[in-house]
Design a protein around this ligand. Structure first.
Ligand SMILES: Nc1ncnc2c1ncn2[C@@H]1O[C@H](COP(=O)(O)OP(=O)(O)O)[C@@H](O)[C@H]1O
Ligand SMILES: [Mg+2]
Length: 256
């Protein structure tokens, strides 16, 4: 059984059909790319999977359960995490606190525990902090724990964002254009990072990316969207030589 299985996913924004009859099977451990020109519907698909929007039609099966209708935090709890096209960190907070907040959202303590700062709550807090430091260390961010997030270079902010996603202990990680805004050196480091976390954390990764260098180098298979429809699926080599894909990208600035 695939880890994630999407069937007939369609989404309308008013009169605009952003996604039409989208299907995919993601097997555990795969690294699969989702590409397409701007406005093709890629981010909308991630928003549907993570429960930000409820699809107009279709089914999203994860570990044998249909996620449609579940609120976002329930979907996170089942093991799906994501990063955003535009980095979303708490700029004024430290790197460590950014990760602690993400982790805390996964752990439930009662409001009363929190208000009274009961021993149970303090134990949880300590556990969250220790786990966040451990995770940041594994991601090579141990020297930045007490820096404000906004003071980090762009590439490292991305890394903090990915650490935040990992703090919720996902088995499926959705990355929305992680290389956006990065220079070539940062992109090389990012490609290594994606492969490293996939191995170390046993992740399945679904990657939206505009940087063809990233997609073609690290994805095993690629699905191409245009105007909400799948126009091609295949290996990097197949996709690179597919006339429909080349046509869809005409007039776009493709960064190879
Ligand atoms: N919240 C929204 N409300 C209305 N239209 C939206 C919304 N989000 C995205 N769209 C539209 O849906 C289409 C797909 O957008 P998006 O999924 O962001 O594309 P991509 O990530 O492939 O660039 C675009 O035409 C976009 O303008
Ligand atoms: Mg997008």
């Amino acid at each position: 059984m695939p880890l994630l299985q999407i069937r007939g996913l369609t989404h309308w924004f008013g009169g605009l059909r952003a996604v039409h009859d989208f299907n995919i099977d993601l097997e555990e451990g795969e690294l699969v790319g989702l590409i397409g020109p701007n406005g093709a519907g890629k981010t909308t698909i991630f928003n549907l999977v993570t429960g930000a929007y409820r699809p107009s039609e279709g089914e999203i099966w994860f570990n044998g359960e249909n996620l449609v209708g579940l609120p976002p935090h329930e979907i996170t709890a089942r093991g799906i995490a994501r990063t955003f096209q535009t980095i979303r960190l708490w700029n004024e907070l430290t790197v460590l606190d950014n990760v602690c907040i993400a982790r805390a959202s996964r752990i439930r303590y009662g409001l009363v525990d929190a208000l009274l700062r009961t021993p149970a709550f303090r134990r949880e807090e300590k556990e969250i902090r220790e786990r966040a430091i451990e995770l940041l260390t594994r991601l090579g961010l141990q020297d930045y724990l007490y820096e404000q997030a906004k003071n980090l270079p762009y590439g490292l902010q991305r890394r903090v964002e990915i650490t935040r996603a990992l703090a919720t202990e996902p088995c499926l990680l959705l990355l929305d254009e992680p290389a956006a805004g990065m220079n070539p050196a940062e992109i090389s480091v990012l490609m290594d990072l994606i492969q490293q976390i996939r191995e170390e954390f046993g992740l399945t990764i679904w990657l939206i990316e505009h940087q063809m260098r990233v997609i073609m180098n690290i994805c095993e298979r690629i699905q191409v969207l245009d105007f909400g429809e799948t126009i091609a699926e295949g290996t990097p080599t197949e996709i690179q030589n597919n006339p429909r894909v080349i046509e869809a990208y005409l007039g776009e600035e493709v960064v190879v």
